[in-house]
Design a binder for this molecule. Structure first.
Ligand SMILES: *Cc1c(COP(=O)(O)O)cnc(C)c1O
Length: 451
């Protein structure tokens, strides 16, 4: 019988995270403060613990994972690697398809890989409370869980459109003891200003970030936590790719191409960067970030300095961006509705070391349903993006006859996203291509930075 699951033991949980900066051909572009000058670590100290700031700026290849974090990871790690025999048969492709399933975490996605260490380091630094934002609710629930594990209070600003689309994500956060507000809220200046301008503002990740950062900056006992984009977040997520490499050894195989959905870039970086280490040594492996065509940050955005949030409270990062006041359509892959992307992913894409593709919403659900009918697991709408691109490649292999080895990161399950599947089944799900003039309008508001 051909093997379906490649399972590691708890003592195979990585002891170190992998830092891709050590293998990048050029150092990361500096992060800039409001005066346009590079900021030092102390500029971030009001909202992050120094241990995470040092990870943010580190160029060390390997960073040790604290024992308490490895201990907490044991609840669900190592996650399984599957060979998708049934999907291969359903597609009739000669390609070999593998996927790593991060939906085994208690919150149902990869985000717990970073909420655990972020809660741990904040607790170590004497912090009592975390303020954060969430889009689809996956990050908020992961932070609520980890905050509870390490004895921190958690307040979540949840993008209003998702707050309304996904009430049970909110219930999950309440179950783990967090407070949740729809963003824009009346709790912060940024929220009140947005509501004064438009009482029906549906919210965006950029705006929810403004609210959470403002909350954290105003209270000494409170820090801010971000579920993606930042270097330390991608670093924590490398447990995915590090485990996958061991699992590919068990399988006696190695991927030709890796696909992962890309919002802020954390599950893509987590799955792909450990393989980038091999690529940097000459191995031929293609790394493909997959984004929605309605929020096409890498494929249609501009590589420029921009703010991480709408109210311009964050430092400026050089990244692919659609503009900090870009308002993405209310698509169901809420985790992919961010105007920017990780600076590390952006720089590697700019240097043509990784690839990106954009997929329309209905095609992603079609891929998700094909996957669910073959493999059983119902994927998150975000994960469907990676699946869609992987299936497209498997179908190209069918035409060319090439038996490529394809790997995608199944970043989470879709059990709280069934309303979106219902819409797909009833034919009422729409495809939005973001209009070029609206895009040019938000890009016109990028900050002017002398480089
Ligand atoms: C948040 C999320 C994503 C997208 O975010 P990244 O930072 O790009 O990983 C993808 N899949 C799931 C299930 C998510 O929760």
């Amino acid at each position: 019988m051909p093997q379906t699951k490649f399972i590691l033991q708890e003592n195979d949980i990585p002891t170190h995270w992998y830092n891709v900066v050590a293998d990048m051909p050029n150092p990361p572009a500096p992060v800039l403060g409001p005066d346009g000058k590079p900021i030092g670590p102390e500029a971030l100290a009001p909202i992050f613990p120094m241990s995470l700031i040092m990870q943010e700026v580190s160029a060390e290849r390997w960073i040790p994972i604290p024992e308490a974090v490895r201990e907490a990871y044991r609840i669900y790690r190592p996650s399984p690697l599957f060979r998708a025999h049934r999907l291969e048969a359903a597609l009739g492709t000669p390609a070999k398809i593998y996927y790593k399933y991060e939906g085994v975490s208690p919150a149902g996605s990869h985000k717990v890989n970073t909420s655990i260490p972020q809660a741990y380091y904040n607790k170590e630094a004497g912090i009592k409370r975390i303020a954060t934002e969430t889009g689809a609710g996956q990050w908020g629930s992961s932070m609520a869980l980890a905050g509870h594990m390490f004895g921190l209070e958690v307040r979540v600003y949840m993008v209003k459109v998702s707050y309304e689309q996904k009430p049970f994500r909110r219930s999950m956060m309440h179950t783990w003891g967090a407070e949740v507000f729809a963003s824009p809220s009346m709790e912060t200046n940024s929220g009140r200003a947005a509501l004064a301008a438009d009482p029906n503002n549906p919210g965006s990740l950029g705006l929810a970030i403004s609210e959470a950062v403002e909350d954290a900056a105003n209270r000494a006992d409170t820090n801010y936590a971000l579920g993606s984009v930042l270097n330390h977040v991608l670093l924590h997520q490398t447990v995915i790719g590090l485990e996958a490499k061991k699992q590919f050894e068990l399988a006696g195989d190695y991927p030709d191409m890796i696909f992962a959905p890309c919002g802020g870039g954390s599950n893509f970086g987590g799955a792909a960067f450990p393989f980038f280490a091999d690529k940097a040594c000459g191995k031929n492996v293609r790394l493909v970030a997959v984004e929605p065509s309605s929020c096409p940050t890498l494929t249609r955005g501009k590589y420029a300095y921009d703010f991480g949030d709408t109210a311009k409270l964050t430092p400026m990062m050089k990244m692919f961006t659609l503009g900090h006041d870009f308002m993405p359509p209310g698509i169901h892959a809420g985790g992919l509705r961010y105007h920017g992307a990780s600076a590390l992913v952006s720089q590697l894409y700019h240097e043509k070391l990784i690839e990106a593709v954009a997929v329309p919403q209905t095609a992603t659900f079609q891929a998700g349903v094909t996957f669910a009918r073959a493999e059983g697991i119902i994927p998150a709408p975000e994960s469907n993006h990676g699946i869609a691109a992987c299936i497209d490649e498997a179908l190209r292999c069918k035409i060319s006859g090439e038996p490529k080895t394809l790997f995608f990161n199944l970043s989470g399950h879709g059990h709280f996203d069934m309303a979106a599947y219902d819409k797909y089944f009833s034919g009422s799900l729409e495809d939005f291509a973001y209009p070029e003039d609206a895009l040019q309008e938000s890009l016109a508001n990028l900050p002017q930075v002398a480089e």
